[in-house]
Design a protein around this ligand. Structure first.
Ligand SMILES: [Fe+2]
Length: 321
């Protein structure tokens, strides 16, 4: 029996071993943007920044590119723009394309997220389903997307997931789980199981860049389409490359690999307007997200950058923050 918004359908589970195998992408610079959440201004900022990237490059949207875009025209434009690049399904796209009985939004929310938030998310996905139903061709495209992708940057194997190493909507790569010894131990094991040097994830809405022994790195971009830090108004994408990012909120170098959180600076007032047209005061998304859109979450860059885990006090070569 599923608890809508809390439990994950069994079809979400792939297991870390499924991430092994020949990477389908190879690039000198790999951009990963999860959690666009239907923000067309953040999308525009991302594509402009990515356009400035030279050399062999790839851009992957790792899920939840839809969420606030209940306007049919916005939904269609975002779908078309995202699917022109590499993309994986998040729980949002999965629950639009193949709704699972009793899954609700498919977020798999842990117990630190309140019931009111969970119920509002279940209602948001219902509204978004009504929008997507008006563009049936998009549902077939979303259904065909993979749940994860493998990439190679230099010699490094990058496992790109939405949730965590085991599940589309897993929370093991959340900053909250990685703040515990048990969470760090679980993540360390996942690198071996997946044969990965770097995990790139999203889904849990707050960013974290966590280093592990042996040069392994877990990078969660938080949200591309919403602010990620208190008082700061930009989304974040992850850039993994053989050269340093020209602008970076924080980042690190591991051997020849540069891993950066890249800011997506969009017009906050224009996005506020666009959001309110779709989700006015009193609506579910307004209650859950408006304060964050305007002020950022109660979280800081310093909290997101974790260059050591407690089992390995040795810092990586270079800190750039
Ligand atoms: Fe998600």
């Amino acid at each position: 029996m599923l608890n809508p918004g809390r439990s994950c359908p069994t079809s979400y589970r792939y297991g870390a071993h499924a991430l092994r195998g020949e990477p389908s992408l190879q690039a000198e610079s790999l951009w990963i943007a999860g959690g666009l959440y239907g923000n067309p201004l953040a999308l525009e900022a991302l594509l402009e920044a990515y356009d400035c990237e030279h050399g062999r490059k790839a851009l992957v949207f790792n899920g939840d590119f839809h969420w606030f875009d209940v306007d049919v025209a916005d939904f269609g434009r975002i779908n078309d723009a995202v699917l022109a690049f590499h993309a994986t399904r998040g729980n949002v796209e999965t629950e639009l394309a193949t709704p699972q009985d009793g899954a609700g939004c498919g977020c798999g929310y842990p117990d630190w997220v309140g019931d009111d938030t969970v119920q509002r998310s279940n209602r948001i996905i219902e509204r978004l389903r009504a929008t997507a139903a008006r563009l049936p061709h998009t549902l077939a495209l979303l259904r065909a997307l993979p749940m994860h992708l493998g990439a190679r940057v230099g010699d490094a194997c990058i496992a790109i997931v939405h949730g965590d190493a085991d599940s589309l909507a897993g929370w093991n790569f959340s900053q909250e789980a990685l703040a515990t010894d048990n969470g760090l131990a679980n993540a360390r094991k996942a690198f071996d199981a997946a044969g990965a040097d770097v995990f790139a994830s999203s889904h849990t809405c707050l960013p974290v860049l966590q280093c592990f022994p042996g040069g392994k790195v877990l990078v969660n971009n938080g949200a591309a389409g919403m602010p990620n830090f208190r008082g700061e108004h930009y989304g974040l994408a992850t850039r993994i490359a053989l050269t340093p990012a020209p602008n970076s909120v924080y980042g690190m170098r591991q051997g020849g690999l540069y891993i950066d959180a890249v800011p997506l600076r969009y017009d906050t007032r224009a996005w506020e307007q666009r959001f309110l047209e779709q989700w006015p005061a009193g609506s579910d998304a307004h209650a859950s997200y408006y304060a964050r859109i305007m002020n950022g979450p109660d979280y800081s860059r310093q909290a997101a950058l974790r260059l050591t885990d407690r089992a390995d006090r040795q810092a990586p070569e270079t800190l750039r923050a």
